[in-house]
Design a protein. Structure first.
Length: 260
């Protein structure tokens, strides 16, 4: 089973790099463009995915939210304000999303895959959480002792992002940008065949031509293979899994299957 997901948020990365920047006024153009391109790719390939959406994005792009639902994808919660998450977002983001879409929000992903109170997720009716990258990434994550595969915690299914067996090499969005595509695909297939599922995530802003915008002050590792290049890579990855007869399902569908 392949669990594709997209952290659909206001583009706030320039703020992390010291740029005076308004994610809502300036960043939504980037996020809207990228989400539209992602939806076009998924439609062309005939696969479904899960979109972890911030309330800020949903409120500023109701037409795109409608398209996500209409084309059979899942909407899950990704907080309210991506740059300034607070504990109250666990409850408030679901309420704000429900004001935009008629959809039962069952899942959560914490902005930047940081820690979240699992008991609060359970108390607010979330069935699964996908906020864990079980790898060692200096300055970001130190989760080498965490499970690589899904597990239950306080009544909530934890769905970690996939990392390779043995060395726990992360296979999230940054690996797709930096590794040779043949190697990335090989690692993804190995992990899928070993674990029985493959879980990964990307962002709409990756699908914007970031290398043409020096004003964002982004590091090379983010600009590299952005825009058209990452779109082609995503299509190629999907095709590779389809050639192996892999099934693409949403996170809530996976949760239902796991609990049976």
């Amino acid at each position: 089973m392949i669990l594709l997901s997209f952290d659909t948020e206001e583009f706030d990365v320039p703020l992390e790099n010291g740029v005076k920047y308004n994610p809502i006024k300036q960043g939504m153009e980037v996020s809207r463009y990228g989400t539209t391109l992602i939806l076009d790719i998924l439609k062309a390939e005939g696969v479904r995915a899960t979109f972890f959406c911030t309330a800020n994005f949903a409120e500023n792009a109701p037409d795109i939210m409608k398209r996500i639902i209409d084309e059979g994808h899942e909407v899950a919660a990704h907080g309210c304000d991506h740059f300034n998450p607070i504990p109250e977002d666990v409850a408030n983001s679901k309420k704000r999303l429900r004001n935009i879409i008629d959809f039962d929000v069952k899942g959560w992903r914490q902005p930047r895959m940081f820690d979240v109170n699992i008991k609060e997720l359970h108390n607010n009716g979330y069935l699964y959480n996908s906020s864990l990258n079980p790898a060692f990434i200096p300055g970001r994550y130190m989760h080498l002792s965490c499970s690589r595969i899904p597990f239950m915690e306080n009544g909530v299914l934890q769905i970690p992002a996939s990392v390779t067996p043995l060395v726990r090499f992360p296979l999230f969005w940054l690996a797709m940008h930096t590794l040779p595509l043949w190697l990335y695909k090989k690692l993804c297939l190995w992990t899928w065949k070993h674990d029985g599922q493959f879980v990964t995530y990307f962002h709409p802003w990756e699908f914007y031509q970031l290398d043409e915008h020096p004003e964002f002050n982004l590091p090379w590792i983010i600009r590299h293979n952005s825009g058209k290049a990452i779109a082609l890579r995503l299509s190629g990855l999907i095709k590779t899994f389809k050639e192996e007869n892999a099934s693409f399902i949403t996170y809530s569908e996976f949760t239902e299957k796991w609990k049976r």
